[in-house]
Design a protein. Structure first.
Lengths: 286, 286
């Protein structure tokens, strides 16, 4: 049970967490804080939070659990504002898609990693955003990855794990570097390719016709290019090193395909396409 | 109406065309030909064709309409085998995903472009292949692109258009070069990116875990990497020039994203992602 939960940034992610925990009866009081008072008032009306406090330092004071749910690009600034109000007893967590940058922001603001800090990444989302889009079932059946640090207390990990399990999520643990690499490969890289493809086609001549011809596979392929540009800018900056690493590998692998096409090397193309098809058929469903 | 239709290559595409026309009562007799007699026997059992003739030159003789539905890589050889049996009265068409290479194969085999030749590309397919996968509704509501040549007779175009309309397809016309460029951009390029991505990830360490983490967006994105490797090898070879052109543009555009990430240039990233999102949201549905 959580006596007082403080959500910093009451949007889709933070709002859905608050709703899920309130529905589960796992929290006595939810306090929200964000830059936009109208959004916070709406969050109270929607029953997402009990009340709000505009100043994040005041909002955090006295909370058992604090969840940073602001955009990745705002995490560092928020850490600076709350550092004086977070005690050694406070459990501090977040929802960011890249963990190394969040850990650095916390370390930089606090001068060390507080024992109550448990970096977390719930792998869930919708194409909508904001508190109006929040719903209690967002995390059901989705993975939440915790990346505890050597400084993190086992008790804090247990509390954050218990909180997420109450939302219906499946909680796993790994380390920061591994998380950032795996997410760079399976999520951040595909988004770059899809944004790049749609942008490339949009800048060709006849792009109305190009898009009109686009068949089913293309629609699936580019759906992720409809994601929030600001969020993805922040992810690129936050997970820069891991993302650049997988992009460099990908660009080299794509050049192998290009060269095989240039040389009319059907055997190499067949080998690559077969290996890819087998890997996908083996590891994915649907 | 078609008195005698000859399908060369009775797989998913050719078989579905035959079934659709038989169901519509638009054809009196369907003759099939392919390398594999067992497949042809099965096609007769399934009611896809009336009878088969193993030698394609004999199969073609006396047909009003001949449809080349062999894999793209087999088109040139097939043209060589049937050239003596195609008359000026024969309507000859195909189902290839790249049109320039098919036109070259026909021109090379016949020494000229027969006036009855109407290159066609039905934009439809499933993940399954072979005559067992054929069904009469495959083309309903899908686009079929005709790319008639200066040598092509209007009458032949009309007959091929009428045939495809009877399958429930929406028939459009454009020229060979334009078709090959648009398809390279909207279909062939995305397939290369998806094959390349899955292959790149499959060759990283921990690829079991990489694929296990792969979330919803990744599954959509890579679905097209489950397509038939042989077909895609043939398409790469057949549409080489157009595909290399769009791949070069794409690689340059992707490098702009890579450079912006390297430089921490959030403004450029936001501009590219926003442009892509707007283009996709404007031009696609779902």
């Amino acid at each position: 049970m959580i006596a007082r939960l403080c959500i910093l940034g009451v949007g889709l992610m933070g709002g859905s967490l608050a709703l899920a925990l309130r529905h589960a009866g796992y929290v006595d009081e939810v306090i929200g804080s964000s830059r936009n008072e109208a959004h916070l008032r709406r969050a109270v009306e929607l029953g997402v939070i009990d009340r709000y406090v505009l100043d994040p330092a005041q909002a955090v004071a006295g909370a058992d659990v604090v969840v940073l749910a602001v955009p990745l690009g705002a995490v560092a600034g928020m850490c600076q504002r709350i550092r004086g109000s977070v005690t050694e007893e406070t459990v501090l967590s977040d929802v960011g898609s890249a963990k190394g940058a969040v850990v650095e922001a916390v370390r930089s603001a606090f001068g060390h990693v507080p024992s109550g800090f448990v970096p977390a990444h719930p792998i869930a989302g919708t194409e909508r955003s904001g508190v109006e889009a929040a719903f209690a079932e967002l995390y059901q059946g989705h993975r939440v990855i915790l990346t505890p640090l050597p400084e993190t207390s086992l008790e804090a990990v247990g509390r954050v794990r218990g909180m997420w399990e109450r939302t219906g999520a499946v909680v796993e643990e790994t380390d920061v570097v591994h998380h950032d690499l795996v997410l760079a490969a399976t999520s951040h890289l595909p988004h770059m390719l899809a944004f790049g493809l749609v942008d490339s086609l949009a800048r060709m001549g006849n792009h109305d016709e190009i898009f009109r011809y686009a068949a089913g596979g293309f629609r699936d392929f580019t759906r992720i290019a409809s994601s929030d540009p600001v969020m993805w800018r922040d992810i690129c900056i936050a997970n820069r090193d891991a993302l650049l690493g997988v992009m460099a590998r990908y660009e080299a692998d794509l050049r192998l395909i290009t060269r095989a096409i240039e040389q009319g090397d059907g055997d190499t193309l067949l080998k690559i396409f077969t290996r890819a098809k087998c890997a996908r058929d083996r590891f994915t469903i649907g």
